[in-house]
Design a protein around this ligand. Structure first.
Ligand code: NDP
Length: 252
């Protein structure tokens, strides 16, 4: 990485939803090591505080706040915390997510609701919280975590999850189209990546399928952290619209 690009991350203020594990946690550690100030939200405040302690020990800047992305007021408070603590908001990474795999015929309506609330409405609440700030600043960057399941329907079992990830791509692209110019919108669509996501299925068969699939395919979460850093480090007139990354061995 050239020093010019590295400097384009240093000093930026980056809000990450779902920062308590997986991609969000690894991305927070990576961006903080490159000099960004990171502001992490998730429900498990104990995990967030442990990650923040590590980042501070390593010389990084971090703030954390218990945040449920299904509550617009809590997402707004997280973005406001970034502004209060660090004076601005440069990047919002809409990352919090849930993957519950089960055939539609199981009619696990509660899980459908939770996936839609977290993966889709949670993202929209991130946009609602940060867009007015980005417009007032005349700059800003949304990074929206979709999935390869947002490109191809992951069925049977992942139909509703896929639906939420297709929605992420549609909303992120519409956002780019509507507010582009000074505000950037990036879609990141990973394949199987090591994290806690694979434990989100209550259906026994769905959970077994996911466990097997991840055992055969998953790659470390640093792969996504590097992709996110690449999007952030570009000059302000370059918007990396979409990155798709899969484990080399993954077919789907
Ligand atoms: P993890 O389960 O490890 O992380 C999910 C994160 O979301 C956690 O920090 C969790 O924190 C948070 N979260 C869940 N529900 C809520 C909520 N209601 N409010 C706030 N935070 C919440 O999985 P990943 O790191 O893999 O997932 C991150 C994103 O990456 C998701 O959008 C996922 O769909 C996407 N993705 C992951 C892939 C993979 O293979 N791992 C592949 C493609 C996309 P807490 O429980 O503390 O609230």
């Amino acid at each position: 990485m050239s020093s010019v690009l590295a400097n384009n991350i240093s000093g930026k203020v980056v809000v990450i939803t779902g920062g308590s594990s997986g991609l969000g946690e690894t991305t927070a550690r990576h961006l903080a090591s490159l000099g960004a100030s990171v502001v992490l939200g998730a429900r498990r405040i104990d995990k967030l505080e442990a990650i923040a302690a590590d980042i501070r020990t390593a010389g990084g800047k971090v703030a954390v706040q218990a945040t449920d992305v299904t509550r617009p007021d809590e997402v707004k408070a997280l973005v406001n915390l970034a502004q209060e603590r660090f004076g601005k908001v440069d990047v919002v990474i809409n990352n919090a997510g849930l993957m519950a795999i089960a055939p539609l015929a199981e009619t696990r309506v509660d899980e459908w609701d939770r996936m839609i609330d977290i993966n889709v409405k949670g993202l929209l609440y991130g946009v609602a919280a940060a867009l007015p700030i980005f417009q007032a600043q005349g700059s800003g960057h949304f990074i929206n975590i979709s999935s390869v399941a947002g490109i191809k329907v992951f069925s049977p079992g992942g139909t509703v999850y896929s639906g939420t990830k297709f929605a992420v791509r549609a909303i992120a692209e519409g956002l780019r189209h509507e507010v582009g110019g000074k505000i950037r919108s990036t879609i990141i669509s990973p394949g199987a990546v090591e994290s806690e996501l694979k434990y989100g299925s209550s259906d026994t068969q769905g959970a077994a399928f996911v466990k097997d699939f991840y055992q055969q395919n998953e790659i470390p979460s640093e792969s996504v952290a590097r992709a996110i850093a690449y999007a952030i480090e570009q000059p302000a007139d370059v918007d990396i619209n979409e990155i798709v990354l899969r484990p080399t061995v993954q077919e789907f």
